[in-house]
Design a protein around this ligand. Sequence first.
Ligand SMILES: Nc1nc2c(ncn2[C@@H]2O[C@H](COP(=O)(O)OP(=O)(O)OP(=O)(O)O)[C@@H](O)[C@H]2O)c(=O)[nH]1
Ligand SMILES: [Mg+2]
Length: 313
Amino acid sequence: MPANLTPEYLDAEQEYKAARTHQERIAALERMLATVPKHKGTEKLQADIKRRLSQERKEAHKKGGSRSAPVFLVEKEGAGQLALIGPPNSGKSSLVAALTHAEPEIAEFPFSTRLPCPGMMQFENVQIQLVDLPPLSRDFMEPWLPQAIRHVGEGILVVDISDPDLLEEIEFIEGLLEERRLKRPRMLVANKSDLDPTGEDFRVLQDLLGERYRMLAVSAATGANLDRFRREVFDLLELVRVYTKRPGKPADLTAPYVLRRGATVLDVARHVHKDFAERLKYARLYTKDGRRDGLMVERTHLVEDEDILEFHV
Ligand SMILES: Nc1nc2c(ncn2[C@@H]2O[C@H](COP(=O)(O)OP(=O)(O)OP(=O)(O)O)[C@@H](O)[C@H]2O)c(=O)[nH]1
Ligand SMILES: [Mg+2]
């Protein structure tokens, strides 16, 4: 056995030994290849992994096994979903742990996340689902990952602001997403802001990428800016919350109907009840701050976040 095998390599090797299917063995071997220290002493080992990998791939191909299983697709819950994608070790799992009740595995070494882990993040009175995913990396990527990202629909790019290879990692991920015809995230979260105390690294990143992404510096470790994160995510999803009230009664502000921006009074009515929408004549619009106090609005009126509607049939 060559010396200097890292814990992450040994972990991958353990997984290889436990693997029962071609897909599992392929994933484990790819991970072994990505984590094996690259030096003269491991050349034979590297060649051996490659040989086994190509053998496994051939056999998997012969069997025509599917490359992905539904277990990797997270069932949607809550008002909206967001996938956390990014290079290894950027703190995706740490963010999900800090913002939700989920308990994803967090580790000092890369490639610790192997399966999607959903968690519900509360923003004021709505729940948004965050999905922690394994990393996107040049060295190794779970074969089903693109499909899982596509399934969630909207992603946030999470990077480690202290990572010296940051720009290359971002470039690689952008290229990969394009290649797989996946939407580029609209938001970039620079995690580990505690390691960039002057904010200088973040400013440089903003200068470079500020036109491509909405950007936010946070720290999963200290909790810095996590409240901003919740609000930004809500904005990113382009959601509107609408409350309903009965004439003469106050609105229940705890349980909003959540719709996409661009929804009309009629869309909200449909959400409440199908029959009801058909009979709807008009609505009265109130706002929490009393800005619009019972203004009469048509069925086609566009609703805004936190509008209060009183339906008249
Ligand atoms: N200083 C600092 N360390 C952090 C922060 N967030 C995460 N870490 C550390 O970074 C390492 C990686 O964190 P993870 O949350 O496992 O990263 P990940 O992106 O999920 O990693 P993979 O699953 O391998 O892709 C761990 O040692 C964390 O404790 C942060 O805000 N500041
Ligand atoms: Mg992780």
